[in-house]
Design a protein around this ligand. Structure first.
Ligand SMILES: NC(=O)c1ccc[n+]([C@@H]2O[C@H](COP(=O)([O-])OP(=O)(O)OC[C@H]3O[C@@H](n4cnc5c(N)ncnc54)[C@H](O)[C@@H]3O)[C@@H](O)[C@H]2O)c1
Length: 258
């Protein structure tokens, strides 16, 4: 059996109806894992249910501790154990300069992107630890490694995800629970379409913005959701047993530039 095989491992994935989340669910099922796919109502879970039949789907809001309790109970009921968590749910929030950033959106971004990740670890880490240990992957961003114009609160939230990841790695190591963050560059999902739309002008259409952003990436293109899923699968597997507390760019070389 390959070290990257996940047969017999049960994993919760949040934001599972979205671009990266769905690719993660598909990848993990392909490696033999049992997967509980969680997302908001109406956010793509019915397509996951129809097209990835092996996944157990559950409507849950990551900002609700009650919903995290339901996730824990549903995973135990469906699989009898829990070995992994992918805290993938996230929003970009407003695309605006700091001085104009709408205050109501600050709380929304921090609630989903930061508290959502914290709550997931608070509720599910004890379950994973009690089941013999496992692996948690938090989805940050290259915007968690450096600043991002007009995305200040998103960038702050993704820096916070790395802080939570590192602290959790230290706290959870004794329980055999590893915690790592992945930091993608632009990936071909709804989120990039939304950012391109917000950056559009009379001179630049969405396709020109993608071309411009791609030029700043050494490999010359956005990433694909399945490429992020491959890394997450590796971090959930026993191929990465000595890897914890890391924030790993998956960015076509974007952050390799000084
Ligand atoms: N696409 C990119 O370029 C990119 C780059 C770096 C990091 N990321 C991160 O990857 C993750 C996935 O993003 P994506 O690109 O697949 O975007 P997406 O919009 O396709 O998916 C995000 C998913 O999160 C879900 N979600 C939002 N709020 C939620 C809540 N309160 N509770 C539960 N689920 C909620 C949405 O319903 C959606 O299905 C996010 O954390 C994002 O910040 C994306």
């Amino acid at each position: 059996m390959s070290e990257q095989d996940l047969t017999g491992r049960a994993v919760v994935v949040t934001g599972a109806g979205g671009g990266i989340g769905r690719a993660v669910v598909e990848h993990l099922l392909g490696r033999g894992a049992d997967v509980l796919a969680a997302d908001l109502p109406g956010a793509g879970l019915s397509a996951v249910q129809d097209e990835l039949e092996a996944a157990v789907v559950l409507e849950a809001d990551v900002t609700s501790l009650d919903d995290w309790g339901r996730v824990a109970r549903a995973a135990e009921a469906a699989f009898g154990r829990l070995d992994g968590l992918v805290n993938n749910a996230g929003i970009e929030g407003a695309i605006a300069p700091i001085v104009e950033y709408p205050s109501e959106m600050v709380d929304r971004v921090l609630d989903i992107n930061v508290k959502g990740v914290l709550y997931g670890m608070q509720v599910l880490q004890p379950v994973i630890a009690a089941d013999g240990g496992g692996s948690i992957v938090n989805v940050s961003s290259v915007a968690g490694l450096g600043g991002a114009r007009n995305l200040s609160v998103y960038s702050a939230s993704k820096h916070a995800v790395i802080g939570l990841t590192r602290s959790a790695a230290i706290e959870f190591a004794a329980d055999g629970v590893r915690v790592n963050a992945v930091c993608p560059s632009p990936i071909q999902t709804r989120m990039m379409r939304s950012l391109e739309d917000a950056m559009k002008s009379d001179e630049l259409d969405a396709a020109s913005i993608e071309a411009m952003l791609s030029q700043s990436i050494p490999v010359g293109r956005y990433g694909e959701p399945n490429e992020v899923a491959d890394l997450i699968g590796f971090l959930l597997s026993s191929a990465s047993v000595f890897l914890t507390g890391a924030a790993i760019p998956i960015d076509g070389g974007l952050t390799a530039r000084s």
